[in-house]
Write a protein that binds this ligand. Structure first.
Ligand code: G1P
Length: 287
């Protein structure tokens, strides 16, 4: 079954990037010349997603505005004959529908995903993309997981190898190897203390889940930090239907923190030959 819908939880406050995020949502921080949210939406479009449910919060209207058709800007560009730029700012809104749902209480990631239930329903699989996590990969991360879902019939989530000491920042898992990069998960624990994780494999923000997960989230009690954790709902899903962890191909950046945002910018800029040449020379003067 093709994955047609995606949820992007974007109601978080972005405290790790303060003061940049006092008045500007963290998802609007640029990756070269695109806001991070656009890179995530482009990932959705590239794997055939037709409907995105953006879970939004207070003061974050810029995320919705960004995907509006902006007639003011378009008219100016059209007058100036800047067709390429015009296409660059309009094509996304023609490729995907974006519905915005408000998460009106900060009850955690599980709750944020649950806010999409009335739009997505319990009958079809859907993707979840956490916009802090950028994955630079030949095959988009969501596409990698959609393939796992398709071939195994089980919910799939993305894994990376977590360096020692970083376990308290991730949902940590352990599982049985299924061949290739796949593990059938046996244990999941949200942000364990350092040294107490079941393995070195941690979850990063890409999931393809069956619609039945909504029922599990709805039945999940508050967990770590008093929040309704997606990881806890996935434990219930794992026990009843199975969940596969897929070690991501590609490179992942945490753009929700300063160093990760800068690294992502450098890495993405270096893909552009003109920027790359300039940056290479500039970096030599610094290091
Ligand atoms: C969330 C999840 C966590 C996962 C992480 C990946 O945590 O709860 O399981 O490992 O995303 O980025 P957050 O980083 O939103 O606190």
């Amino acid at each position: 079954m093709p994955i047609r819908k995606a949820v992007i939880p974007a109601a978080g406050l972005g405290t790790r990037l303060l003061p940049a995020t006092k008045a500007v949502p963290k998802e609007m921080m640029p990756i070269v010349n695109k806001p991070a949210i656009q890179v995530i939406v482009e990932e959705c479009v590239s794997v055939g997603i037709e409907l995105i449910v953006l879970i939004n919060g207070r003061y974050k209207g810029a995320l919705e505005d960004h995907f509006d058709v902006s007639y003011e800007v378009q008219d100016v560009l059209a007058l100036q004959g800047k067709a390429e730029l015009l296409d660059r700012i309009t094509h996304l809104s023609q490729m995907v529908d974006i519905v915005s749902v408000r998460q009106n209480r900060p009850l955690g990631l599980g709750h944020a995903v649950l806010c999409a239930r009335p739009v997505i329903g319990d009958q079809e699989p859907f993707a979840v993309l956490l916009p802090d996590d950028l994955v630079d990969a030949e095959q988009p991360a969501t596409g990698q997981l959609a393939k796992v879902y398709d071939e195994t019939g089980m919910g799939a989530l993305a894994l990376v190898e977590v360096p020692p000491g970083h376990e308290p920042m991730y949902g940590m898992v352990a599982g049985d190897p299924m061949g290739g990069r796949r593990h059938r998960l046996r244990t999941m624990v949200e942000k364990p203390p350092a040294g107490q994780a079941p393995s070195n494999l941690g979850i990063v923000g890409r999931y393809v889940l069956p619609g039945s997960v909504f029922g599990h989230i709805a039945a999940t009690a508050p967990g770590k930090g008093g929040e309704i954790q997606l990881t806890d709902a996935l434990v219930a899903l794992m026990e009843r239907e199975g969940v596969v962890g897929h070690l991501l191909e590609g490179r992942r950046y945490d753009t929700g923190e300063v160093a990760g945002l800068i690294e992502a910018n450098l890495a993405y800029a270096m893909k552009d030959p003109v920027l790359a040449e300039r940056l290479r020379a500039f970096m030599r003067t610094l290091v």
